[in-house]
Write a protein that binds this ligand. Sequence first.
Ligand code: NAI
Ligand code: MG
Length: 491
Amino acid sequence: MAELDKSQHEVAVAGDWTYASAPESRDIVHIADRYGHFVGGEWLEAAETYETIAPRDEEPLSAVGQGTAADVGRAVGAARAAYADGWSSLPGSERAKYLFRIARLLQERSREFAVLESLNGGKPIKESRDVDLPLAAAHFFYYAGWADKLEYAFPNRRPRPVGVAGQIIPWNFPLLMVAWKVAPALACGNTVVLKPAETTPLTALLFCDVLRQAELPVGVVNIVTGDGHTGAALVENDDVDKIAFTGSTEVGKEIQRRLAGTGKKLTLELGGKAANIVFDDAALDQAVEGIVNGIYFNQGHVCCAGSRLFVQESIYEPLVAKLERRLSTLRVGDPLDKNTDVGAINSAAQLEKIRELVASGVEEGAEIYQPPCVLPEKGYWFVPTVFTNVAQSYRIAQEEIFGPVLSVLTFRTPEEAVEKANNTPYGLSAGVWTEKGSRILWMAQRLRAGVVWANTFNRFDPSSPFGGYKESGFGREGGLHGLEPYLEFDE
Ligand code: NAI
Ligand code: MG
Protein backbone atom coordinates (compact mmCIF):
# COMPACT_ATOMS: atom_id res chain seq x y z
CA MET A 1 0.00 0.00 0.00
CA ALA A 2 1.25 3.39 -0.90
CA GLU A 3 2.45 5.42 1.94
CA LEU A 4 -0.18 7.76 3.24
CA ASP A 5 0.28 11.37 2.44
CA LYS A 6 0.73 12.62 5.96
CA SER A 7 -0.04 16.23 5.19
CA GLN A 8 -3.62 15.31 4.25
CA HIS A 9 -4.27 13.65 7.57
CA GLU A 10 -2.86 16.19 9.95
CA VAL A 11 -5.48 17.75 12.14
CA ALA A 12 -5.63 21.49 11.80
CA VAL A 13 -4.60 23.00 15.12
CA ALA A 14 -5.57 26.55 15.81
CA GLY A 15 -2.72 28.68 17.06
CA ASP A 16 -4.86 31.02 19.09
CA TRP A 17 -7.16 29.58 21.74
CA THR A 18 -8.51 32.83 23.14
CA TYR A 19 -12.26 33.09 23.16
CA ALA A 20 -13.98 35.24 20.57
CA SER A 21 -16.27 37.79 22.15
CA ALA A 22 -19.82 36.51 22.68
CA PRO A 23 -21.88 39.40 23.97
CA GLU A 24 -25.47 38.86 25.03
CA SER A 25 -27.76 41.37 23.33
CA ARG A 26 -29.25 43.97 25.62
CA ASP A 27 -32.15 44.63 23.21
CA ILE A 28 -34.37 42.25 25.14
CA VAL A 29 -34.72 44.65 28.04
CA HIS A 30 -36.42 48.03 27.98
CA ILE A 31 -35.15 50.55 30.50
CA ALA A 32 -37.31 53.63 31.11
CA ASP A 33 -35.63 57.05 31.25
CA ARG A 34 -37.10 57.62 34.68
CA TYR A 35 -38.67 55.59 37.46
CA GLY A 36 -40.80 56.59 40.42
CA HIS A 37 -41.72 54.45 43.43
CA PHE A 38 -44.04 51.46 43.17
CA VAL A 39 -46.74 52.14 45.75
CA GLY A 40 -50.19 50.59 45.97
CA GLY A 41 -49.80 49.09 42.50
CA GLU A 42 -49.08 52.46 40.87
CA TRP A 43 -46.05 54.50 40.01
CA LEU A 44 -45.64 57.38 42.41
CA GLU A 45 -43.74 60.28 40.83
CA ALA A 46 -40.42 60.87 42.60
CA ALA A 47 -39.74 64.46 43.60
CA GLU A 48 -36.02 63.87 43.53
CA THR A 49 -34.02 61.42 41.41
CA TYR A 50 -30.46 60.19 40.99
CA GLU A 51 -28.74 58.46 38.10
CA THR A 52 -28.14 54.72 38.09
CA ILE A 53 -25.30 53.57 35.86
CA ALA A 54 -23.68 50.50 34.32
CA PRO A 55 -20.45 49.83 36.25
CA ARG A 56 -18.81 48.25 33.18
CA ASP A 57 -18.48 51.65 31.43
CA GLU A 58 -20.29 54.18 33.65
CA GLU A 59 -23.06 54.57 31.07
CA PRO A 60 -26.08 56.32 32.62
CA LEU A 61 -29.04 53.92 32.47
CA SER A 62 -31.94 55.72 34.10
CA ALA A 63 -33.05 58.33 36.64
CA VAL A 64 -34.34 56.61 39.76
CA GLY A 65 -36.32 58.03 42.67
CA GLN A 66 -34.59 59.12 45.88
CA GLY A 67 -37.33 58.15 48.31
CA THR A 68 -38.25 60.52 51.14
CA ALA A 69 -39.77 59.68 54.51
CA ALA A 70 -43.12 60.79 53.03
CA ASP A 71 -42.73 58.34 50.11
CA VAL A 72 -41.88 55.58 52.58
CA GLY A 73 -44.92 56.58 54.65
CA ARG A 74 -47.21 56.22 51.66
CA ALA A 75 -45.74 52.84 50.80
CA VAL A 76 -46.19 51.62 54.36
CA GLY A 77 -49.78 52.95 54.29
CA ALA A 78 -50.46 51.01 51.08
CA ALA A 79 -48.93 47.87 52.60
CA ARG A 80 -51.01 48.27 55.77
CA ALA A 81 -54.21 48.73 53.75
CA ALA A 82 -53.47 45.66 51.62
CA TYR A 83 -52.72 43.66 54.76
CA ALA A 84 -56.01 44.58 56.41
CA ASP A 85 -57.92 44.42 53.17
CA GLY A 86 -57.70 40.71 52.65
CA TRP A 87 -54.13 39.57 52.07
CA SER A 88 -53.54 38.50 55.67
CA SER A 89 -56.79 36.53 55.80
CA LEU A 90 -56.52 34.98 52.34
CA PRO A 91 -56.27 31.17 52.56
CA GLY A 92 -52.68 30.00 52.22
CA SER A 93 -53.56 28.01 49.12
CA GLU A 94 -54.64 31.26 47.44
CA ARG A 95 -51.49 33.10 48.44
CA ALA A 96 -49.49 30.18 47.05
CA LYS A 97 -51.05 30.68 43.62
CA TYR A 98 -49.60 34.17 43.39
CA LEU A 99 -46.18 32.96 44.44
CA PHE A 100 -46.26 30.17 41.87
CA ARG A 101 -47.23 32.71 39.21
CA ILE A 102 -44.36 35.01 40.15
CA ALA A 103 -41.94 32.07 40.01
CA ARG A 104 -43.11 31.06 36.55
CA LEU A 105 -43.01 34.64 35.25
CA LEU A 106 -39.43 34.99 36.48
CA GLN A 107 -38.55 31.84 34.58
CA GLU A 108 -40.27 33.06 31.43
CA ARG A 109 -38.57 36.45 31.59
CA SER A 110 -35.27 35.21 32.97
CA ARG A 111 -33.11 36.31 30.03
CA GLU A 112 -34.46 39.84 30.28
CA PHE A 113 -33.79 39.94 34.01
CA ALA A 114 -30.32 38.40 33.65
CA VAL A 115 -29.26 41.01 31.09
CA LEU A 116 -30.54 43.84 33.26
CA GLU A 117 -28.89 42.41 36.37
CA SER A 118 -25.50 42.20 34.67
CA LEU A 119 -25.87 45.63 33.09
CA ASN A 120 -26.81 47.47 36.28
CA GLY A 121 -24.71 45.46 38.74
CA GLY A 122 -21.65 44.34 36.75
CA LYS A 123 -21.81 40.59 37.42
CA PRO A 124 -21.07 38.18 34.54
CA ILE A 125 -24.14 37.19 32.53
CA LYS A 126 -23.06 33.57 33.04
CA GLU A 127 -23.78 34.02 36.74
CA SER A 128 -26.95 36.11 36.54
CA ARG A 129 -28.32 33.66 33.96
CA ASP A 130 -27.27 30.42 35.68
CA VAL A 131 -27.34 31.36 39.36
CA ASP A 132 -29.30 34.50 40.27
CA LEU A 133 -32.32 33.93 38.07
CA PRO A 134 -32.85 30.19 38.62
CA LEU A 135 -32.41 30.67 42.37
CA ALA A 136 -34.78 33.65 42.51
CA ALA A 137 -37.49 31.60 40.78
CA ALA A 138 -36.69 28.60 43.01
CA HIS A 139 -37.25 30.69 46.14
CA PHE A 140 -40.73 31.66 45.00
CA PHE A 141 -41.54 28.05 44.06
CA TYR A 142 -40.23 26.81 47.39
CA TYR A 143 -42.14 29.29 49.58
CA ALA A 144 -45.28 28.89 47.47
CA GLY A 145 -45.19 25.31 48.71
CA TRP A 146 -45.19 26.38 52.37
CA ALA A 147 -47.98 28.98 52.15
CA ASP A 148 -50.80 26.52 52.91
CA LYS A 149 -48.77 24.31 55.25
CA LEU A 150 -47.79 26.71 58.01
CA GLU A 151 -49.88 24.81 60.57
CA TYR A 152 -47.90 21.68 59.74
CA ALA A 153 -44.59 23.50 59.77
CA PHE A 154 -45.28 24.77 63.30
CA PRO A 155 -47.74 22.36 64.91
CA ASN A 156 -49.73 23.61 67.92
CA ARG A 157 -48.17 27.09 67.74
CA ARG A 158 -50.91 28.87 65.75
CA PRO A 159 -48.69 30.73 63.26
CA ARG A 160 -49.98 34.15 62.21
CA PRO A 161 -48.50 36.84 59.94
CA VAL A 162 -46.58 39.67 61.55
CA GLY A 163 -48.01 42.54 59.51
CA VAL A 164 -46.03 44.96 57.35
CA ALA A 165 -42.42 43.95 56.69
CA GLY A 166 -39.80 46.57 55.83
CA GLN A 167 -37.01 44.99 53.80
CA ILE A 168 -33.66 46.57 52.96
CA ILE A 169 -31.39 44.79 50.54
CA PRO A 170 -27.84 45.12 49.13
CA TRP A 171 -26.39 45.38 45.64
CA ASN A 172 -24.50 42.12 45.30
CA PHE A 173 -27.50 39.90 44.44
CA PRO A 174 -30.19 42.49 43.72
CA LEU A 175 -33.00 40.30 42.36
CA LEU A 176 -32.10 37.23 44.39
CA MET A 177 -32.32 39.31 47.57
CA VAL A 178 -35.77 40.51 46.46
CA ALA A 179 -36.77 36.85 46.23
CA TRP A 180 -35.18 35.89 49.59
CA LYS A 181 -37.09 38.69 51.27
CA VAL A 182 -40.43 38.83 49.46
CA ALA A 183 -41.18 35.10 49.00
CA PRO A 184 -41.27 34.03 52.69
CA ALA A 185 -42.97 37.28 53.75
CA LEU A 186 -45.83 36.76 51.31
CA ALA A 187 -46.09 33.03 51.95
CA CYS A 188 -46.74 33.84 55.63
CA GLY A 189 -49.42 36.44 54.84
CA ASN A 190 -47.46 39.67 55.38
CA THR A 191 -47.27 42.66 53.09
CA VAL A 192 -44.03 44.34 52.15
CA VAL A 193 -42.19 47.61 51.60
CA LEU A 194 -38.83 46.88 50.01
CA LYS A 195 -35.91 49.22 49.45
CA PRO A 196 -33.34 48.09 46.85
CA ALA A 197 -29.69 49.18 47.11
CA GLU A 198 -28.92 52.56 45.54
CA THR A 199 -26.56 51.23 42.86
CA THR A 200 -28.76 48.35 41.65
CA PRO A 201 -32.45 49.30 41.63
CA LEU A 202 -33.37 48.25 38.08
CA THR A 203 -34.24 44.56 38.42
CA ALA A 204 -36.38 45.31 41.49
CA LEU A 205 -38.21 47.92 39.41
CA LEU A 206 -38.67 45.45 36.55
CA PHE A 207 -39.97 42.97 39.14
CA CYS A 208 -42.92 45.36 39.68
CA ASP A 209 -44.02 44.45 36.16
CA VAL A 210 -43.95 40.77 37.12
CA LEU A 211 -46.19 41.59 40.10
CA ARG A 212 -48.60 43.33 37.73
CA GLN A 213 -48.60 40.34 35.37
CA ALA A 214 -49.18 37.99 38.31
CA GLU A 215 -52.16 40.18 39.31
CA LEU A 216 -50.88 40.33 42.86
CA PRO A 217 -53.38 42.45 44.83
CA VAL A 218 -52.21 46.07 44.89
CA GLY A 219 -50.21 47.19 47.89
CA VAL A 220 -49.03 43.70 48.87
CA VAL A 221 -45.54 44.55 47.59
CA ASN A 222 -44.34 48.16 47.42
CA ILE A 223 -40.90 49.28 46.31
CA VAL A 224 -39.31 52.58 47.28
CA THR A 225 -35.86 53.32 45.85
CA GLY A 226 -33.16 55.55 47.31
CA ASP A 227 -30.03 55.49 49.43
CA GLY A 228 -29.41 54.89 53.13
CA HIS A 229 -31.66 57.80 54.13
CA THR A 230 -34.60 56.04 52.51
CA GLY A 231 -33.61 52.86 54.32
CA ALA A 232 -33.40 54.72 57.62
CA ALA A 233 -36.87 56.20 57.02
CA LEU A 234 -38.24 52.69 56.59
CA VAL A 235 -36.56 51.54 59.82
CA GLU A 236 -38.00 54.52 61.69
CA ASN A 237 -41.54 54.22 60.37
CA ASP A 238 -43.79 53.38 63.33
CA ASP A 239 -46.25 51.36 61.30
CA VAL A 240 -43.70 48.76 60.17
CA ASP A 241 -43.84 45.56 62.24
CA LYS A 242 -40.66 43.86 61.15
CA ILE A 243 -37.36 44.82 59.54
CA ALA A 244 -35.28 42.42 57.47
CA PHE A 245 -31.88 43.77 56.53
CA THR A 246 -28.98 42.45 54.47
CA GLY A 247 -25.88 44.62 54.19
CA SER A 248 -22.91 45.88 56.17
CA THR A 249 -22.35 45.07 59.84
CA GLU A 250 -22.01 48.78 60.54
CA VAL A 251 -25.51 49.61 59.27
CA GLY A 252 -26.89 46.43 60.84
CA LYS A 253 -25.69 47.57 64.26
CA GLU A 254 -27.18 51.01 63.67
CA ILE A 255 -30.56 49.47 62.82
CA GLN A 256 -30.44 47.24 65.88
CA ARG A 257 -29.79 50.27 68.10
CA ARG A 258 -32.73 52.14 66.55
CA LEU A 259 -35.13 49.27 67.01
CA ALA A 260 -34.11 48.39 70.57
CA GLY A 261 -37.16 48.65 72.81
CA THR A 262 -39.66 49.22 69.99
CA GLY A 263 -40.91 45.62 69.95
CA LYS A 264 -40.37 45.41 66.19
CA LYS A 265 -39.02 42.12 64.94
CA LEU A 266 -35.59 42.18 63.31
CA THR A 267 -33.37 39.89 61.26
CA LEU A 268 -29.87 40.89 60.16
CA GLU A 269 -27.76 39.21 57.52
CA LEU A 270 -24.41 40.98 57.60
CA GLY A 271 -20.85 40.53 56.48
CA GLY A 272 -18.44 37.63 56.60
CA LYS A 273 -14.80 36.59 56.43
CA ALA A 274 -15.21 32.93 55.68
CA ALA A 275 -12.51 30.32 56.08
CA ASN A 276 -12.06 27.85 53.25
CA ILE A 277 -9.97 25.04 54.73
CA VAL A 278 -8.02 22.57 52.59
CA PHE A 279 -6.56 19.42 54.17
CA ASP A 280 -3.70 17.52 52.60
CA ASP A 281 -5.91 14.56 51.64
CA ALA A 282 -8.26 16.72 49.54
CA ALA A 283 -8.54 16.39 45.76
CA LEU A 284 -6.40 19.41 44.94
CA ASP A 285 -7.68 20.27 41.46
CA GLN A 286 -11.24 20.09 42.71
CA ALA A 287 -10.29 22.23 45.70
CA VAL A 288 -8.73 24.83 43.41
CA GLU A 289 -12.01 25.13 41.51
CA GLY A 290 -13.83 25.50 44.82
CA ILE A 291 -11.40 28.15 46.03
CA VAL A 292 -11.80 30.11 42.79
CA ASN A 293 -15.57 29.84 42.94
CA GLY A 294 -15.44 30.74 46.61
CA ILE A 295 -13.72 34.09 46.19
CA TYR A 296 -13.94 35.21 42.54
CA PHE A 297 -17.64 34.41 42.03
CA ASN A 298 -19.49 37.72 41.63
CA GLN A 299 -16.14 39.59 41.92
CA GLY A 300 -16.01 38.55 45.56
CA HIS A 301 -19.05 40.72 46.34
CA VAL A 302 -20.44 37.87 48.39
CA CYS A 303 -21.10 37.96 52.13
CA CYS A 304 -20.22 34.27 52.45
CA ALA A 305 -17.18 34.46 50.11
CA GLY A 306 -14.28 32.18 51.04
CA SER A 307 -11.92 35.10 51.52
CA ARG A 308 -9.51 33.37 53.93
CA LEU A 309 -7.93 30.25 52.51
CA PHE A 310 -6.35 27.93 55.10
CA VAL A 311 -4.02 25.37 53.54
CA GLN A 312 -2.45 22.48 55.42
CA GLU A 313 1.29 23.15 55.39
CA SER A 314 2.32 19.95 53.61
CA ILE A 315 0.40 20.91 50.45
CA TYR A 316 0.95 24.65 50.59
CA GLU A 317 3.37 24.92 47.67
CA PRO A 318 1.61 22.71 45.10
CA LEU A 319 -1.76 24.20 45.97
CA VAL A 320 -0.64 27.80 45.62
CA ALA A 321 1.08 26.96 42.32
CA LYS A 322 -2.11 25.38 40.96
CA LEU A 323 -4.17 28.28 42.20
CA GLU A 324 -1.98 30.91 40.58
CA ARG A 325 -1.99 29.00 37.31
CA ARG A 326 -5.78 28.78 37.42
CA LEU A 327 -6.03 32.52 38.13
CA SER A 328 -4.19 33.31 34.92
CA THR A 329 -6.99 31.63 32.95
CA LEU A 330 -9.82 33.71 34.44
CA ARG A 331 -11.36 36.03 31.87
CA VAL A 332 -12.04 39.47 33.31
CA GLY A 333 -14.19 41.83 31.27
CA ASP A 334 -17.58 42.77 29.86
CA PRO A 335 -20.31 41.41 32.16
CA LEU A 336 -22.58 40.87 29.15
CA ASP A 337 -20.04 38.61 27.42
CA LYS A 338 -21.04 34.97 27.89
CA ASN A 339 -17.39 33.94 28.33
CA THR A 340 -16.62 36.39 31.12
CA ASP A 341 -15.66 34.86 34.48
CA VAL A 342 -15.08 38.03 36.48
CA GLY A 343 -17.12 41.15 35.73
CA ALA A 344 -17.04 44.78 36.84
CA ILE A 345 -16.77 46.02 40.42
CA ASN A 346 -20.19 47.29 41.45
CA SER A 347 -19.37 50.90 42.21
CA ALA A 348 -16.61 53.48 42.46
CA ALA A 349 -16.99 53.43 46.24
CA GLN A 350 -16.55 49.65 46.44
CA LEU A 351 -13.53 49.80 44.11
CA GLU A 352 -11.98 52.39 46.38
CA LYS A 353 -12.54 50.19 49.42
CA ILE A 354 -10.90 47.20 47.69
CA ARG A 355 -7.91 49.28 46.59
CA GLU A 356 -7.41 50.66 50.06
CA LEU A 357 -7.48 47.24 51.73
CA VAL A 358 -5.19 45.69 49.10
CA ALA A 359 -2.71 48.54 49.62
CA SER A 360 -2.81 47.83 53.37
CA GLY A 361 -1.96 44.17 52.68
CA VAL A 362 1.13 45.14 50.70
CA GLU A 363 2.04 47.70 53.32
CA GLU A 364 1.74 45.20 56.20
CA GLY A 365 4.06 42.78 54.43
CA ALA A 366 1.95 40.23 52.53
CA GLU A 367 3.08 39.00 49.13
CA ILE A 368 0.74 39.89 46.29
CA TYR A 369 0.06 37.87 43.13
CA GLN A 370 -2.03 39.21 40.24
CA PRO A 371 -2.11 37.44 36.87
CA PRO A 372 -1.31 39.45 33.73
CA CYS A 373 -4.61 40.99 32.72
CA VAL A 374 -5.75 43.79 30.44
CA LEU A 375 -8.58 45.72 32.05
CA PRO A 376 -11.11 47.81 30.12
CA GLU A 377 -10.35 51.52 30.23
CA LYS A 378 -13.72 52.76 31.37
CA GLY A 379 -15.72 51.46 34.29
CA TYR A 380 -14.70 49.86 37.59
CA TRP A 381 -12.33 46.90 37.51
CA PHE A 382 -10.04 44.97 39.79
CA VAL A 383 -7.65 42.15 38.86
CA PRO A 384 -8.25 38.86 40.73
CA THR A 385 -5.68 38.89 43.52
CA VAL A 386 -4.03 36.38 45.85
CA PHE A 387 -2.08 37.33 48.95
CA THR A 388 0.37 34.86 50.47
CA ASN A 389 2.57 35.33 53.51
CA VAL A 390 -0.41 36.71 55.39
CA ALA A 391 -0.44 37.00 59.19
CA GLN A 392 -3.75 36.61 61.00
CA SER A 393 -3.45 40.12 62.38
CA TYR A 394 -3.29 41.81 58.96
CA ARG A 395 -6.32 43.84 57.96
CA ILE A 396 -6.72 41.70 54.80
CA ALA A 397 -7.16 38.67 57.08
CA GLN A 398 -9.56 40.41 59.46
CA GLU A 399 -11.75 42.82 57.49
CA GLU A 400 -14.32 42.06 54.85
CA ILE A 401 -12.89 43.23 51.50
CA PHE A 402 -15.93 42.29 49.40
CA GLY A 403 -13.79 42.08 46.29
CA PRO A 404 -11.80 39.51 44.25
CA VAL A 405 -9.04 39.26 46.82
CA LEU A 406 -7.94 36.08 48.61
CA SER A 407 -5.69 35.81 51.66
CA VAL A 408 -3.81 32.52 52.02
CA LEU A 409 -2.83 31.27 55.47
CA THR A 410 -1.59 27.88 56.68
CA PHE A 411 -2.21 25.36 59.47
CA ARG A 412 -0.77 22.06 60.65
CA THR A 413 -3.47 20.24 62.64
CA PRO A 414 -7.27 20.20 62.51
CA GLU A 415 -7.34 21.87 65.94
CA GLU A 416 -5.21 24.71 64.64
CA ALA A 417 -7.44 25.06 61.57
CA VAL A 418 -10.52 25.41 63.78
CA GLU A 419 -8.84 27.90 66.07
CA LYS A 420 -7.68 30.11 63.21
CA ALA A 421 -10.90 29.82 61.24
CA ASN A 422 -12.92 30.95 64.27
CA ASN A 423 -10.57 33.84 64.96
CA THR A 424 -12.85 36.43 63.37
CA PRO A 425 -15.72 38.64 64.52
CA TYR A 426 -17.84 37.10 61.75
CA GLY A 427 -19.43 33.67 61.37
CA LEU A 428 -21.46 33.30 58.22
CA SER A 429 -19.93 30.41 56.32
CA ALA A 430 -16.95 28.06 56.02
CA GLY A 431 -15.66 25.38 53.67
CA VAL A 432 -13.83 22.13 54.40
CA TRP A 433 -11.94 20.11 51.79
CA THR A 434 -10.99 16.58 52.78
CA GLU A 435 -11.55 13.01 51.70
CA LYS A 436 -12.59 11.95 55.20
CA GLY A 437 -16.26 12.14 56.12
CA SER A 438 -15.45 11.90 59.83
CA ARG A 439 -13.17 14.92 59.57
CA ILE A 440 -15.88 16.93 57.80
CA LEU A 441 -18.28 16.23 60.68
CA TRP A 442 -15.62 16.93 63.30
CA MET A 443 -14.86 20.28 61.69
CA ALA A 444 -18.49 21.24 61.08
CA GLN A 445 -19.26 20.78 64.79
CA ARG A 446 -16.49 23.17 65.77
CA LEU A 447 -16.65 25.90 63.13
CA ARG A 448 -18.66 28.87 64.37
CA ALA A 449 -20.42 29.53 61.07
CA GLY A 450 -24.02 29.38 59.90
CA VAL A 451 -23.20 27.32 56.81
CA VAL A 452 -20.38 24.81 56.43
CA TRP A 453 -19.78 23.50 52.92
CA ALA A 454 -17.93 20.22 52.43
CA ASN A 455 -15.89 19.72 49.26
CA THR A 456 -17.81 22.54 47.61
CA PHE A 457 -18.43 26.25 48.20
CA ASN A 458 -21.06 28.93 47.55
CA ARG A 459 -23.85 26.43 47.00
CA PHE A 460 -27.34 27.76 47.64
CA ASP A 461 -30.68 26.07 47.86
CA PRO A 462 -33.99 27.60 48.95
CA SER A 463 -34.67 24.67 51.26
CA SER A 464 -31.47 25.22 53.22
CA PRO A 465 -31.36 27.88 55.97
CA PHE A 466 -28.73 30.60 55.64
CA GLY A 467 -27.55 33.09 58.25
CA GLY A 468 -24.83 34.05 60.67
CA TYR A 469 -23.20 33.79 64.05
CA LYS A 470 -21.67 36.73 65.91
CA GLU A 471 -21.25 39.90 63.81
CA SER A 472 -22.63 38.17 60.74
CA GLY A 473 -26.10 38.74 62.17
CA PHE A 474 -29.05 36.70 63.41
CA GLY A 475 -32.13 35.06 62.01
CA ARG A 476 -32.23 32.60 59.15
CA GLU A 477 -33.39 32.93 55.55
CA GLY A 478 -34.33 29.91 53.47
CA GLY A 479 -35.88 26.64 54.51
CA LEU A 480 -38.42 26.12 57.23
CA HIS A 481 -36.34 28.39 59.48
CA GLY A 482 -36.84 31.26 57.00
CA LEU A 483 -40.59 31.31 57.73
CA GLU A 484 -40.21 31.99 61.43
CA PRO A 485 -39.13 35.66 61.26
CA TYR A 486 -42.35 36.40 59.34
CA LEU A 487 -44.69 34.75 61.84
CA GLU A 488 -46.09 35.34 65.32
CA PHE A 489 -46.91 32.35 67.50
CA ASP A 490 -48.93 31.46 70.58
CA GLU A 491 -46.18 30.70 73.06
P1 NAI B 1 -24.76 49.21 53.34
O1 NAI B 1 -24.97 48.36 54.54
O2 NAI B 1 -24.56 50.67 53.54
O3 NAI B 1 -25.99 49.05 52.33
C1 NAI B 1 -26.91 47.97 52.34
C2 NAI B 1 -28.32 48.52 52.22
O4 NAI B 1 -28.62 49.29 53.38
C3 NAI B 1 -28.55 49.46 51.04
O5 NAI B 1 -29.85 49.27 50.54
C4 NAI B 1 -28.42 50.82 51.68
O6 NAI B 1 -29.10 51.84 50.98
C5 NAI B 1 -29.07 50.60 53.03
N1 NAI B 1 -28.65 51.51 54.09
C6 NAI B 1 -27.49 52.22 54.20
N2 NAI B 1 -27.50 52.95 55.34
C7 NAI B 1 -28.67 52.69 55.97
C8 NAI B 1 -29.26 53.13 57.20
N3 NAI B 1 -28.62 53.97 58.02
N4 NAI B 1 -30.46 52.65 57.55
C9 NAI B 1 -31.11 51.77 56.76
N5 NAI B 1 -30.62 51.35 55.58
C10 NAI B 1 -29.40 51.78 55.19
O7 NAI B 1 -23.54 48.59 52.55
P2 NAI B 1 -22.63 49.34 51.44
O8 NAI B 1 -22.27 50.71 51.95
O9 NAI B 1 -23.32 49.23 50.15
O10 NAI B 1 -21.34 48.42 51.44
C11 NAI B 1 -20.34 48.57 52.45
C12 NAI B 1 -19.78 47.25 52.82
O11 NAI B 1 -20.75 46.44 53.44
C13 NAI B 1 -19.30 46.39 51.66
O12 NAI B 1 -18.02 46.75 51.25
C14 NAI B 1 -19.36 45.02 52.25
O13 NAI B 1 -18.21 44.79 53.02
C15 NAI B 1 -20.55 45.08 53.17
N6 NAI B 1 -21.77 44.53 52.52
C16 NAI B 1 -22.21 43.29 52.89
C17 NAI B 1 -23.30 42.74 52.27
C18 NAI B 1 -23.82 41.40 52.61
O14 NAI B 1 -24.36 40.72 51.77
N7 NAI B 1 -23.74 40.97 53.84
C19 NAI B 1 -23.99 43.42 51.17
C20 NAI B 1 -23.49 44.74 50.89
C21 NAI B 1 -22.40 45.23 51.54
MG1 MG C 1 -23.08 52.10 53.24
